[in-house]
Design a protein around this ligand. Structure first.
Ligand code: FES
Length: 567
C-alpha cells in the first residue's frame, strides 16, 4: 500500500515536510513493536469506550480483542484508541449534556489519526449515537459493534433487570410497600452482569435501530454482553471493516433518508425509547438529512408494536436474542421497509432479510396480525402548549389517560420538584396533570431524563400508579407511564410551557394528537409580557457549558450543536 491517502500515510502531521512527517510517525509507532509489514496493511481504528466508571462497557476489552482478531484475519492492522465514555448514572448533570462532546471527540479522533475504516464499540445510551454522529461527520468507513445487553437477575425468586424494575421497586418503596433494607438488597441483583440495560431502554433501542439503519452486521443488536456469540460477532465486524476500507464504504452511503426511515419504523415496532427519535434526528442532521416530527408520527401509524419487552411488555433483551434478535422483527416488517437501503455488508436490507435463517416458533416478537399494541406506539402531539411538538410513548402509557383534561400542578425546576413533590401539604389529586418546567436542553441544562416525574408520595401511598405528566425533559426508555416529553420550544427558551400556572386546565388528546393549555390568548399574552428567563446557570460564562448553551438546538432538531449539523 503506497497511496498517500491510506494507512499509515493518511493525514500526515503538518511539519511542512511530508517525508519527514512519515519518517517520524514510523519511528514512533515502531516503538509499539510493529514491523514494516504490519504498518503497510490497511489500518483499522477501533474506538475503545472502556471506562472504569462504565459497567455497561465492562466487556469492551474482550470485544476489542475480538475485533482485532477479525481485522488481522482479514489482513489489516487494528489499532484501538480511547474516546470519552458515558454511563447514565455517572454523568453530571446528565449524560445528554455530554453526548455532543463525545461526538466531537469521536469525529476529530477518527479524522486526526490515520485509519482506513473504524469500528465503533459502544453500548450505553449516549455512546452509540455519539459515535455514529462523529463517524458520519468524519466520513471514514465505519461499522458499529455494541457491547450488548446484560442478563437478568432474581430477587426473592422473581426475575428482574435494569432498569424498568429499578423504577418499579423504587415506586414500591415510595408507596411504602417495601423498606429501605430491601432496596439495598436489590442493588446486588438489578445489574447482575456487564452489559447495557436488559429491557427496551435507550441502549437496546439504539442497538436495534443501528442494525436496522444498516450500520451493524446482521444479528448484532441483541446478543447479550456475556454470551460467546458477542465476541464471535465482533470478530466478523473486524473482518468486514477491512473489506469496507477497500470498498471505501462511507457512512453517507449507508445512513441515507431511506435507512433512517427504516430505523424509525423499527423504533416504533420495538416499542423503543423516545430518546431514539432525538438521537436519530441528530445523527441524520450530521448528513444534512431532516427528520420531521410529523413524518415520524405518520411512519408509526402503520407500524404496530411487535416486541413484547419491558417497559411496554414483559420480556427482557436476552429473550429477544433467543427469539432471533432483529431478524423476526424485520421479517415481519418486510413489506413496510425500504428494502433498497444499503448496509455495511455491501448488500441491501432486502437482500439481508431474504437471506435470514428460517423463522422458528417464539413468543417475544409478535406478528403484524397479533401485535402487542396497534399502530402509533409513539405519537407526536401539537397544540398551543407545544407549537413545535411533543412526544408520548403511548405503548407505555395508561390507555385511560390518553384523552384527559386536568388541573396543572406546576414545578418550576428540578430542584423545586425535589423540594415539594413529597410535601404532605402539596395540593394535588390523582386526576391532575403534573407539569415540570425548565428541564429542557437549555433549562436543566442538558435535557435530563427527568420527565418521569415521581407520583407525589401522598398519592403513591394511596395506590396511585400513574398520572399525566408533562415536561420539556426526556425520559429513560426503561420508564413507563402517561408521560408527555420533549415539549418544544422548551420553557427556558420562552416556550408556552413557561406560561403554565398552578390550577390552569390542560387537555391532552393523544388520538387527536393535541396538547392544549385551556387559557385565553389574552391571558397568555399578558403572562408572556411578565415572563423573565430563568437565572443563568452557575459557570455558564465559560467552558463547555458556555458552548452548549450557545449552540444546542431544541428537541425536534435532535439537541445537536448548530455548528455540527451539515447544511
Ligand atoms: Fe447503560 Fe442503561 S445505564 S444502558
Amino acid at each position: 500500500m503506497s497511496d498517500q491517502r491510506k494507512g499509515i500515510r493518511k493525514g500526515l502531521t503538518r511539519y511542512g515536510d511530508d517525508a519527514f512527517s512519515l519518517y517520524v510517525r514510523k519511528a514512533f509507532i515502531k516503538a509499539m513493536g510493529y514491523t514494516d509489514d504490519a504498518l503497510e496493511r490497511p489500518l483499522i481504528g477501533i474506538a475503545n469506550t472502556f471506562s472504569g466508571y462504565n459497567a455497561c462497557h465492562a466487556s469492551v476489552p474482550g470485544i476489542v480483542e475480538a475485533v482485532k482478531r477479525g481485522v488481522m484475519l482479514a489482513g489489516g492492522l487494528p489499532i484501538d484508541f480511547p474516546t470519552i465514555s458515558l454511563h447514565e448514572s455517572f454523568a453530571f448533570p446528565t449524560s445528554m449534556f455530554l453526548r455532543n462532546l463525545m461526538s466531537m471527540d469521536a469525529e476529530e479522533m477518527i479524522r486526526a489519526q490515520p485509519m482506513d475504516a473504524v469500528v465503533l464499540v459502544g453500548g450505553c445510551d449516549k455512546t452509540v449515537p455519539a459515535l455514529l454522529m462523529g463517524a458520519a461527520s468524519a466520513g471514514v468507513p465505519a461499522i458499529v459493534e455494541v457491547t450488548g445487553p446484560m442478563l437478568t437477575g432474581t430477587h426473592h425468586g422473581e426475575r428482574i433487570g435494569a432498569c424498568t424494575d429499578c423504577r418499579r421497586f423504587w415506586a414500591k418503596y415510595r408507596g411504602g410497600e417495601i423498606d429501605a433494607q430491601e432496596v439495598e438488597e436489590l442493588t446486588n441483583q438489578l445489574v447482575p452482569t456487564a452489559g447495557t440495560c436488559g429491557v427496551m431502554g435507550t441502549a437496546s433501542t439504539m442497538a436495534l435501530m443501528t442494525e436496522a439503519l444498516g450500520m451493524m452486521l446482521p444479528g448484532g443488536g441483541a446478543i447479550p454482553a456475556t454470551y460467546a456469540d458477542r465476541p464471535r460477532h465482533a470478530e466478523l465486524t473486524g473482518k468486514r471493516a477491512v473489506e469496507m476500507a477497500a470498498e471505501n464504504l462511507t457512512p453517507d452511503q449507508v445512513m441515507t433518508p431511506a435507512a433512517f426511515r427504516n430505523a424509525l419504523r423499527v423504533l416504533h415496532a420495538i416499542g423503543g425509547s423516545t430518546n431514539g427519535l432525538i438521537h436519530a434526528t441528530a445523527m441524520a442532521g450530521r448528513l444534512g438529512i431532516a427528520i420531521e416530527l410529523d413524518e415520524f408520527d405518520a411512519l408509526g401509524r402503520d407500524v404496530p408494536v411487535l416486541v413484547d419487552l419491558k417497559p411496554s411488555g414483559q420480556y427482557y433483551m436476552e429473550d429477544l436474542h433467543r427469539a432471533g434478535g432483529l431478524a423476526p422483527i424485520v421479517r415481519e416488517l418486510r413489506d413496510l421497509l425500504e428494502l433498497d437501503a444499503l448496509t455495511v455488508t455491501g448488500r441491501t436490507l432486502g437482500e439481508e432479510i431474504d437471506d435470514l435463517p428460517p423463522a422458528y416458533p417464539q413468543n417475544v416478537v409478535r406478528s403484524l396480525d397479533d401485535p402487542l399494541y396497534p399502530g402509533g406506539g409513539m405519537a407526536v402531539l401539537r397544540g398551543n402548549l407545544a407549537p413545535d411538538g411533543a412526544v408520548i410513548k403511548r405503548s407505555a402509557a395508561n390507555p385511560d389517560l390518553l384523552s384527559h383534561e386536568g388541573r396543572a400542578v406546576v414545578f418550576t425546576s428540578l430542584s423545586d420538584m425535589a423540594e415539594r413533590i413529597d410535601d404532605p401539604g402539596l395540593d394535588v389529586r390523582a386526576d391532575d396533570v403534573l407539569v415540570l418546567q425548565n428541564a429542557g436542553p437549555l433549562g436543566a441544562p442538558g435535557m435530563p431524563e427527568a420527565g418521569y416525574l415521581p407520583i407525589p408520595k401522598k398519592l403513591a401511598e394511596q395506590g396511585v400508579k400513574d398520572m399525566v405528566r408533562l415536561s420539556d425533559a426526556r425520559m429513560s426508555g426503561t420508564a413507563f407511564g402517561t408521560i408527555i416529553l420533549h415539549v418544544a420550544p422548551e420553557s427556558a427558551a420562552g416556550g408556552p410551557l413557561a406560561l403554565v400556572q398552578n390550577g390552569d386546565r390542560i387537555r391532552v388528546d393523544v388520538p387527536a394528537r393535541s396538547l392544549d393549555l385551556l387559557v385565553s390568548d389574552d391571558e397568555l399574552a399578558a403572562r408572556r409580557r411578565a415572563w423573565a428567563p430563568p437565572a443563568p446557570h452557575d459557570g455558564a460564562e465559560r467552558g463547555y457549558l458556555n458552548l452548549f448553551l450557545d449552540t444546542v438546538t431544541q428537541a425536534p432538531e435532535g439537541c445537536d450543536f448548530r455548528f455540527l449539523k451539515s447544511s
